[in-house]
Design a protein around this ligand. Structure first.
Ligand SMILES: *Cc1c(COP(=O)(O)O)cnc(C)c1O
Length: 354
């Protein structure tokens, strides 16, 4: 399929690189493509960034038939722009679309479209340390009908947003508590899909945590409320007795690309790592026994987020002395080193935009 390109006549002034924040500014262009039952995917276009016409009745607004991805473009020291495992994002987008009963994309074409868009808006990739261009591909159901059924029309869109460094002043340990009231997802549900509904379901708990000075909650499984799952928009890792443990993917956890990369790096380093069910009681006991020593989250936005305090009921588990754990720092340095091209890429994860 050909991509029709219409360049903007009014390029926007670039925002101050030292005040980007996250997801507030958007580049000059976006990619859009439509799907309907007759034509399949068609009308692939790169057009000026701006509002899209949508019927107020369209399915995504009422029934959340929607999926998305989150990835970044990084500027290296020599000025080139690169992506980190982007093929994994489009693969996951298709897994999400499959779960939400939405049409699948040609993954290679979607990646090609992103690379075209990146070439056109290349000067929007920030230059400063730790800054990046956040990329948000998403699919929405656009049939103008209130019928609660699978839509007959969809849009696939890619927008891009120059974003500041997640950690303005170095890695920062966060405080998290174990959520025992609300649940995020259940097996058989949509937990493994990147879809807005999962976020809608988790905002209440998130707000309550924020009011109490915690940055996130640690979700337990929705059935037994016994096993740990993940944190907000991050997967989690625990260091117990020298072994790194992360909850196994069993349908209710989002399969993070950073998670997968952390596991690969740990194996490469020869650090023992296992994916399995882990009960919160097991962690609490290990803490009391002095064996649970470090915890961190993993996700595209923060890369690695060290946890300084984990609260479970009235047990406050202080980890790594409330500071950044040794392994957290090492993984952060390695991952960001590969992403920004400061370290070798032994896994072949980087794709350059030329
Ligand atoms: C996106 C996301 C993650 C992290 O995935 P990455 O691919 O590592 O960015 C973890 N949990 C949830 C719920 C997510 O939406």
């Amino acid at each position: 399929m050909e991509i029709k390109i219409t360049k903007t006549q009014n390029p926007m002034p670039k925002p101050d690189e030292n005040n980007l924040g996250f997801g507030k500014y958007f580049t000059d262009h976006m990619f859009t493509m439509d799907w309907d039952t007759e034509k399949g995917w068609h009308d692939a276009q790169i057009i000026p960034y701006g509002p899209i016409p949508l019927s107020p009745a369209c399915n995504c607004l009422h029934y959340s038939q929607e999926t998305f991805e989150g990835m970044k473009a990084y500027r290296t020291e020599d000025g080139t722009v690169q992506l980190f495992r982007p093929e994994e994002n489009f693969k996951r987008l298709n897994n999400s679309n499959e779960r939400l009963s939405m049409p699948l994309l040609d993954e290679e074409f979607a990646l090609k479209a992103l690379k075209e868009l990146l070439k056109i808006d290349a000067d929007w990739v920030p230059y400063g340390d730790g800054k990046s261009l956040y990329i948000r591909p998403f699919c929405i159901a656009t049939e103008p009908s209130l019928g609660a059924h699978t839509s007959t029309k969809y849009k696939f869109i890619i927008i891009m947003s120059p974003s500041g460094a997640y950690y303005a002043s170095g890695l920062n340990p966060v405080k998290i508590y174990v959520e025992t009231n609300y649940v995020r997802a259940v097996r058989g549900g949509t937990g493994y899909a990147k879809t807005g509904g999962n976020y809608a379901a988790s905002m209440k708990a998130q707000d309550i945590a924020g009011e109490q000075g915690f940055s996130q909650v640690l979700w337990l499984d929705g059935v037994e409320r016994k096993y740990v799952e993940e944190v907000g928009a991050m997967n989690v890792f625990f260091v117990v007795d020298g072994e790194v443990i992360t909850p196994a993917l069993q349908g209710s956890i989002l399969p993070g690309i950073t998670r997968k990369s952390v596991i690969d790096i740990l194996k490469h380093w020869g650090v023992p790592v296992s994916e399995r069910r882990i009960a919160i009681e097991e962690l609490a006991q290990a803490y009391k026994d002095g064996k649970f020593t470090e915890m961190f989250g993993s996700g595209t936005a923060a890369v690695i987020s060290p946890v300084g305090l984990l609260r479970y009921g009235d047990l406050d588990m202080e980890l790594s002395g409330g500071k950044i754990g040794e392994l957290s720092q090492k993984l952060y340095d390695e991952l960001t080193g590969i992403q920004w091209g400061k370290r070798p890429d032994p896994f072949g994860w980087i794709q350059k935009i030329d």
